[in-house]
Design a protein around this ligand. Structure first.
Ligand SMILES: [Fe+2]
Length: 136
């Protein structure tokens, strides 16, 4: 890559990462608020607790990446580990949780619409860092 293109490529990469981070945080928020409580009974506490912990690790990695300069020494390595964690998480959801969810007598189409609506409402919260409560 020529040196003149490097800043542009870096900007594209950084913006792409921000979008990916936002989508991952939104995914986690929707599942934690709506999906996991709905499927906890048929899937069982062990599976859902593990999925919660996987979200926790993913959110920690994202928080660390968001504080780093994308040219930092370990940025790429941390980003790779994030991707590995996400792939592992998705594989477990698809193989272990979704089949149990499908066995439920639930209108998943209506649930999907509710999630889409929640995601639109949730987006500003996910985008903005939580404000600290003022001391009273
Ligand atoms: Fe998830």
């Amino acid at each position: 890559m020529t040196s003149s293109k490097k800043p542009v490529m870096e900007l594209l990469r950084r913006n792409s990462s921000k979008r990916q981070f936002l989508e991952l945080k939104l995914h986690a928020a929707i599942e934690e608020e709506l999906f996991y409580p709905a499927v906890r009974q048929p899937a069982g506490d062990d599976l859902i607790n593990e999925a919660d912990e996987e979200h926790h690790v993913i959110k920690l990695l994202i928080a660390e990446l968001e504080k780093m300069d994308s040219s930092a020494d370990h940025y790429d390595a941390k980003f790779t580990v994030l991707g590995e964690n996400v792939r592992h998480h998705i594989r477990e959801e698809e193989n272990d949780i979704f089949p149990k969810a499908k066995s439920m007598d639930k209108d998943w189409e209506a649930w999907g619409k509710r999630c889409n609506s929640a995601s639109r409402n949730c987006l500003p919260t996910v985008c903005r860092p939580r404000r600290k409560k003022l001391a009273t």
